[in-house]
Write a protein that binds this ligand. Structure first.
Ligand code: F6R
Length: 615
């Protein structure tokens, strides 16, 4: 997730760009950059770090050009540094591109363009767009108007690239025009008074205009000081649908949601889709192990803290089921201080959103010192953890602003599920046929998450109103869903400051049942899988002691539970091993709405920090 902005008007564009980038900084802040067309030339300035660093440098330049692009980066391809910062330019230095998203086919395109003589100066996927447009501009009729040539070159470029993108382009050949185009990544067009904008979201230009257009996939927009023209993928001009934005800037940053946490809960289908932007054939390179190396993996140790630890625990079920390799999930803070016997064929995986958690990094360092092969599953490119790992799989969910982790968790689960399928295929744990059918459903996870949100959100909000006054909550689940019960309890504790516990359904009778009293909410995560009946017994045991049982299940389970529990929340049907990802959404929403009714500081709960950098 990066932030892009473009502005063209009658006044110097640089101040608009810097201000807009500050409003977009929540989307990423590894580095920032600006490109301005001035006196017929393209000028570019980039700086590592936050937008402030760019602002200081820009203040020393005399940017007077009225057409400019800006970018604030969340690194996905290439470490955060000046050379990888956007805007990226073509060989001739006449055009500049800013991009948010992932170009999936950038490697073959890069090779093709290199053969044609293009010289690349960054490690990014984005740079291919600049060179492709340059290449396409060469074939345009030189006598055609510049605006038409730019439109046509962008169109041809869009047809060659796959993946998700929102792109802004400026070219000194058409100095008063900015082109914008999107596919799956967000792009808003702002229509002002003699000044027009493109940006990742409206917060970047709300100060100047509240009139916005949201282009569709592959639609190209050309903005100029006098207006904006919209074209479909075949170049036919379209009539835009203008929306009047009623949000304040602060609301706009949160996409109109009241809290970042809720916004991030809703971002999960996209976060997981971005994490899964690879095909089954890419798995060896994505996971950094080939068939021979997979065969040498005799056991796996997964290290993590907090929510990431719950993803690690879930992975034990995934990997042992599909690949038959023994897995041990460890709290990183414990691993460091226990004796770890040497074992040949050990793969150590650290799971971390930030890559800066001191406990996780210390444990990982110990694993490295023991000579184990290492892998990181991490969301932050270039973070300390990734620098230590032999290989990193990046979850690509963009910055997570809310302290309570949501989209990073489901992306970690997706990554680990993919790893389990891959290991199973390579070591013979899964037949090719089974691998194929499981993969098909796995890659449809973003759609399942989308359905889950639609099915659950209003129902969970309503339910929260009934139970939020209770002081203690119990989450129950079995098997692969047990860690989701722990995650439910953790989320609730973190943001509502209420007492919550998660237990395996079979364990409740061994002690925790003493907690149950009249109306105590018991949230039972129980899809209609092989353990459903066992979960039903656990529910009965708590119900007999007066508990209010809230079941999270699928439609088949709901049919059976109809008259047996107090409340039912329905998730879509899915392969049993994918249900922890859907149940995660249920427990996140539950915690969110309880905390909201309790009027808590949801995005920044007391005593917590987003990244715990001390042991
Ligand atoms: C819970 C939460 C924490 C983190 C934990 C690890 O919502 O956010 O429990 O999961 O501190 O952080 P990372 O994943 O950055 O290593």
């Amino acid at each position: 997730m990066c932030g892009i902005i473009g502005c063209v008007g009658k006044k110097s564009a640089a101040p608009y760009i810097i201000q807009g980038l500050k409003n977009l900084e929540y989307r990423g802040y590894d580095s920032a950059g600006i490109a301005v067309i001035q006196d017929g030339k393209l000028l570019r300035l980039r700086a590592a770090g936050k937008v402030n660093a760019l602002e200081k440098l820009a203040a020393k330049k005399n940017f007077t050009g009225v057409s400019a692009l800006g970018h604030t980066r969340w690194a996905t391809h290439g470490k955060p540094c000046e050379a990888n910062s956007h805007p990226h330019t073509d060989c001739g230095g006449t055009l500049a591109v800013v991009h948010n998203g992932i170009i999936e086919n950038y490697l073959p395109l890069k090779e093709e363009l290199k053969k044609k003589g293009h010289v690349f100066r960054s490690e990014t996927d984005t740079e291919v767009i600049a060179h492709l447009i340059e290449e396409n501009l060469k074939t345009e009729n030189k006598n055609a108007p510049a605006e038409k040539r730019l439109l046509s070159a962008v169109q041809k470029t869009v047809k060659r690239i796959t993946g998700a993108f929102a792109v802004g382009v400026i070219w000194s050949g058409a100095p008063n025009i900015i082109a914008g185009v999107r596919r799956q990544s967000p792009l808003a067009v702002g229509l002002g008074d003699n000044e027009n904008f493109i940006a990742s979201d409206v917060s970047a230009f709300l100060k100047h205009t509240k009139k916005a257009v949201f282009p569709e996939d592959d639609e190209i927009v050309l903005i100029s000081p006098s207006g904006a023209k919209f074209y479909d993928a075949d170049g036919c001009q379209k009539k835009p649908q203008i929306t009047k934005i009623k949000w304040s800037s602060a609301q706009a940053e949160k996409g109109g949601f009241e809290h970042f946490m809720l916004k991030e809960i809703y971002e999960q289908p996209d976060a997981v889709a971005d994490t899964l932007r690879f095909g089954t054939d890419d798995m060896p390179s994505i996971f950094g192990v080939d068939k021979n190396e997979v065969k040498q993996i005799k056991n796996i140790q997964i290290l993590a803290c907090g929510t990431a630890y719950h993803a690690a625990m879930t992975a034990k079920y995934f990997i042992e089921q599909y690949a038959g390799v023994p897995v041990n999930a460890d709290y990183a803070s414990e691993y460091k201080y226990r004796s770890v016997p040497p074992a040949a064929g050990t793969l150590v995986i650290a799971v971390s959103q930030s890559g800066e958690t001191a406990d996780t990094n210390a444990a990982f360092k110990k694993a490295k010192s023991l000579g184990f092969k290492t892998m990181a599953i991490c969301n932050v490119l270039g973070s300390t953890l990734t620098r230590m790992a032999d290989h990193t799989f990046y979850t690509r969910c963009g910055p997570e602003i809310s302290v309570a982790s949501t989209k990073a968790y489901t992306s970690q689960l997706a990554a680990l599920y993919g790893l389990a399928l891959f290991l199973g295929r390579e070591n013979g744990g899964l037949s090719e046929e089974r691998f194929k059918s499981l993969s098909e459903e796995f890659f449809s996870l973003p759609r399942l998450l989308d359905e889950t949100l639609k099915m659950l959100a209003p129902a969970v909000e309503k339910l929260a109103k009934k139970v939020y006054r209770r002081e203690t909550y119990v989450f129950l689940a079995r098997g692969v869903n047990y860690p989701a019960a722990l995650e439910g309890a953790l989320k609730l504790k973190e943001i509502s400051y209420l007492h919550a516990e998660g237990f395996p359904g079979g364990e409740i009778k061994h002690g925790p049942i003493a907690l149950i009293d009249k109306n105590l909410p018991v949230i039972a995560l129980m899809p209609k899988d092989a353990l459903f009946e066992k979960m039903l017994s656990a529910c009965e045991e708590t119900k007999a002691r007066g508990a209010r049982v809230i079941a999270v299940t699928d439609s088949k389970g709901a049919e059976i539970l109809k008259n047996k529990v107090s409340d039912i929340l329905v998730i879509p049907p899915a392969t049993p091993f994918l249900t922890p990802v859907l149940n995660a959404v249920a427990v996140q929403l539950f915690a969110y709405y309880i905390a909201k009714l309790r009027k808590r500081e949801i995005d920044q709960p007391r005593n917590l920090a987003k990244s715990v950098t001390v042991e």
